[in-house]
Design a binder for this molecule. Structure first.
Ligand SMILES: Nc1nc2c(c(=O)[nH]1)N[C@H]1C(S)=C(S)[C@@H](COP(=O)(O)O)O[C@H]1N2
Ligand SMILES: [Mo]
Length: 418
């Protein structure tokens, strides 16, 4: 495992032009460019008609905008993960076809006509719902991020993967349409000793997680639409559990069963996995909430600065499982100096937020960092501060500040500063 480390020395004197809104001056080209004065090929024939593309797909020139996996992490693709190309996206919504996938037993292909959701355990009435039955409950729409707790997990011992798609791409941010879990639980009637809920998937892994009743009744959804259309098979078609702000593993896909109990079940995903082994050999358990985190998506290793000195747009995303992100700071010099980024777009709780920082790049090397503040006042820590508390055994919940080193050519590399 290579460990890239660099120091802040030498960056302290870098002159940093003021951020904030810059006019787009200095970016245009001279008049007379044949690409605009000549009639182009696409204007010389008729294009496809409205019958050619019943379900639209991206331009052929966007073929590089895809989910990717890391071969050495993927012993077998049916029990692995791929990553959202964050550096190709803007705004806050992840398009359905680009949402990262994590499955333990491949993509289950459920027939919606045969779909059933069962509720059993400590309830007054054990029930089974069809999809049509679920559609008769009142619906809600919410935008939430889903982050796998293992996101950035390969970076605990040092900078490793060269691209925000790989370091931070186990996240997507989607508008869900669904039913409050509370409505369904009320229909079954949870007994007073029913304090925990076990959610079980219908895929071959029959993945399960224990969820405290308080959370189940607070904001969990039984969702069937993402960004307006049916869930994709990859994301749990026809029904998945939405557990806002909490680790992705709890968002059971292909949801088939909800069992009510008086204590947690201590199944695999909450004992040997999704627990955080500390330096002293003890493990943190039930670390459900996702801490505030951010990453600069452009520039980044897969998206270098493609122009010389002058007006430069830096952008990225930030999120917190505890609320909104009122502020993100950006540093161009490895954390010596910080400036407030410009937040843009909707600011929704437990959703991704978009930030921008426009600056005049002087062509000298940069050490780019972003630092999120969430609505509880929590500030994203440095990787070293995080390691001081959690050690280096962990896989999960690495929300440390990411650094990209930019050289004179605008090429970006994953590094750590000390
Ligand atoms: N039934 C089932 N649900 C599941 C999983 C699974 O393998 N089977 N993987 C979990 C994990 S570990 C994560 S991080 C999220 C990933 O959701 P996504 O594939 O929509 O990105 O789903 C969770 N729900
Ligand atoms: Mo996960």
């Amino acid at each position: 495992m290579t460990k890239h480390r660099t120091t802040r020395r030498g960056f302290l004197k870098t002159t940093i032009a003021t951020g904030g809104a810059l006019a787009a001056a200095g970016t245009a080209r001279a008049a007379g460019d044949p690409a605009i004065t000549e009639v182009q090929p696409w204007a010389q024939y008729l294009g496809d008609g409205v019958d050619a593309r019943p379900y639209g797909t991206p331009s052929e020139y966007e073929a590089h905008v895809v989910r990717r996996n890391v071969p050495w992490l993927t012993a077998d693709p049916v029990s692995s993960v791929n990553f959202t190309p964050l550096h190709e996206l803007d705004g806050i919504i992840t398009p359905n076809g680009l949402c990262f996938e994590r499955h333990h037993a491949g993509i289950a292909e459920l027939d919606p006509a045969a779909y059933r959701l069962m509720i059993n355990g400590l309830v007054d009435r054990e029930l089974v719902f069809t999809l049509d039955d679920l559609m008769r409950f009142p619906r809600e729409n919410h935008v939430y991020f889903l982050e796998c707790a293992a996101n950035t997990g390969m970076e605990w011992r040092g900078a490793q993967l060269n691209g925000c798609q790989f370091t931070h791409g186990m996240i997507h941010n989607v508008m869900y349409t669904g039913i409050k879990l509370g409505h369904i639980l009320a229909e079954a009637g949870v007994k007073t000793e029913g304090k925990w809920l076990l959610a079980e998937g219908a895929d071959a892994s029959a993945m399960t997680r224990s969820i405290p009743m308080e959370k189940a009744l607070d904001d969990c959804l039984v969702a069937f639409k993402m960004n307006g259309e049916a869930l994709r098979p990859e994301q749990g078609y026809p029904v998945r559990l939405v557990v806002p702000g909490w680790e992705g593993n709890m968002w059971v896909k292909w949801l088939r069963r909800l069992e009510i109990g008086d204590q947690p079940w201590h199944h695999r995903e909450e004992t040997s996995k999704y627990t955080d082994l500390l330096a002293d050999g003890k493990a943190r358990r039930f670390t459900w909430e996702m801490d505030a985190k951010s990453v600069i998506t452009n520039p980044s290793p897969q998206a270098p600065i493609g122009h010389g000195p002058g007006p430069t747009v830096l952008t990225g995303v930030a999120w917190s499982g505890r609320g909104t992100i009122p502020r993100v700071d950006v540093s161009l010099d490895g954390g010596a100096n910080w400036q407030a980024a410009r937040m843009d777009g909707p600011s929704l709780p437990k959703s991704m937020h978009r930030f921008y920082y426009e600056f005049d790049w002087d062509g000298s090397p940069l050490l780019l960092q972003s630092r999120a503040h969430d609505s509880t006042g929590y500030v994203q820590p440095t990787k070293d501060a995080l390691r001081a508390v959690r050690g280096e055994n962990s896989i999960y919940h690495n929300n440390g500040i990411q650094t990209w080193a930019i050289n004179e050519e605008g090429v970006a590399e994953n590094v750590e500063v000390s």
